[in-house]
Design a protein around this ligand. Structure first.
Ligand SMILES: *Cc1c(COP(=O)(O)O)cnc(C)c1O
Length: 396
């Protein structure tokens, strides 16, 4: 079956896409317009935390869509309050503002920190972020990001995001001045190549922030909601951040994000923050279904078991092919290649017959794995076995 390509030119050109259309998905599997199946270890860029079309989320969306889709954020709705209460009950945060994306949650975190700086720190506004970090694609979050080249892309940047080196406390200390208000980081840099901040480093940053009266902001858009084997990645270091942002996995594929903050930092007054779709009951209902699935007894244990299996399998593959090992936390992992054939592997995996496989190479010498959190042991073994065959063919 050929897909109807007449709409291709009606889409704004923003990336190169393969000549196929996905028509349905179930769990770890996608199916294209030819009926070809793909084992999906990308999952919409770590978005589909429960795989494709998880029944509990489908059910929650259907039931909520029949009841109420959006009364406007100027009114309370029950799902938003219920989800906020779940998030505050399971974290060190006291209040939540819901958003429609990770970038929007980070924009909110930046605004909240700047407002807090105006009120409590003499107008301090600088937020120290990190080289190779990724915080989103709005102007402020691009400015906060440390992706090479992004400083020039839509110049001028939003001011006030000096960059430090991850896992180097002195590089942060050297940037602190009387205009600094916060430090913001991903507990594991995702787009940067799956680079974890160490537990000691997270603790060191908390201490440094306390010494200088700064806020500590964790961008858990990719690491939150069970991805790293705990509900939130900051838990691993035992610290208490002041602000946390969530998105990706919290909606299981639908647009939902959250800005979470401790009471002392919740300084927005009426009119400072809002948005037409924010906290709508339809997305919040999906968020509740996701939260309840991830916090069900045993769920995170199985995430950790699968993470161990994936880690060991990648390590074995690395040893076999003379690659440079693997790294990551939970089900956010990377295989470090010994050469720049990541894109070739990704392309061959996708085009593999009769079944394809979706992988991701955020850098030419690195493959990233972000399967559904409920991926099965068999699916991981299948992926590892096939990856071995694909590497053999690419390197033949
Ligand atoms: C994906 C991502 C974002 C941006 O989220 P969007 O929903 O794409 O706007 C921000 N921060 C991190 C760490 C991410 O991985």
């Amino acid at each position: 079956m050929k897909f109807d390509q007449s709409g291709v030119d009606a889409l704004m050109e923003i990336t190169s896409r393969p000549e196929l259309v996905f028509v349905r998905g179930q769990g770890s599997w996608l199916e294209d317009h030819n009926g070809k199946r793909y084992l999906d270890f990308v999952q919409g860029w770590a978005v589909n935390s429960l795989g494709h079309c998880p029944p509990e989320v489908v059910r929650a969306l259907g039931m909520q869509a029949e009841q109420l889709i959006n009364p406007s954020p100027a009114f309370y709705n029950q799902p938003a309050m219920d989800l906020a209460k779940r998030l505050t009950g399971a974290s060190c945060f006291d209040r939540v503002f819901f958003t429609n994306s990770g970038a929007e949650a980070n924009e909110g975190a930046i605004k909240l920190a700047r407002k807090w700086g105006q009120l409590k720190r003499n107008g301090a506004y600088k937020i120290i972020t990190f080289d190779h970090s990724f915080h989103g694609r709005t102007l402020a979050t691009m400015s906060a990001s440390g992706k090479p080249g992004w400083d020039k892309m839509f110049a001028p940047q939003v001011d006030g995001f000096p960059k430090a080196d991850l896992n180097d406390l002195d590089s942060v200390r050297a940037l602190i001045d009387d205009q600094t208000v916060a430090i913001m980081l991903e507990p594991v840099q995702g787009e940067g190549g799956v680079i974890p901040a160490t537990v000691e480093y997270m603790q060191g940053l908390r201490k440094l922030a306390d010494e200088h009266g700064l806020l500590l902001i964790v961008d858990e858009v990719q690491t939150g909601m069970g991805r790293t084997g705990t509900l939130f990645a900051y838990e691993r270091s035992g610290i208490t951040p002041d602000i946390m942002t969530l998105a990706k996995g919290i909606g299981a594929g639908v647009p939902l994000g959250a800005l979470c903050a401790r009471e002392e930092v919740c300084v927005f007054v009426h009119g400072d923050q809002g948005g037409t779709y924010n906290g709508n009951p339809l997305m919040a209902a999906a968020g509740i279904a996701v939260f309840d699935a991830i916090t069900a007894p045993g769920f995170l244990d199985s995430v950790n078991a699968r993470a161990q299996q994936l880690s060991e399998g990648l390590l074995a593959l690395s040893a076999k092919w003379g690659m440079k090992g693997e790294r990551g936390v939970g089900l956010l992992r990377a295989l470090m290649l010994d050469r720049d054939d990541g894109v070739a592997i990704v392309n061959m995996a996708r085009d593999w017959a009769p079944e394809g496989m979706l992988l991701n190479a955020p850098r030419p010498s690195l493959l990233r794995f972000m399967p559904a959190l409920n991926v099965t042991a068999q699916e991981i073994d299948l992926m590892l076995g096939r990856l071995d065959e694909i590497v053999a063919k690419v390197r033949a």
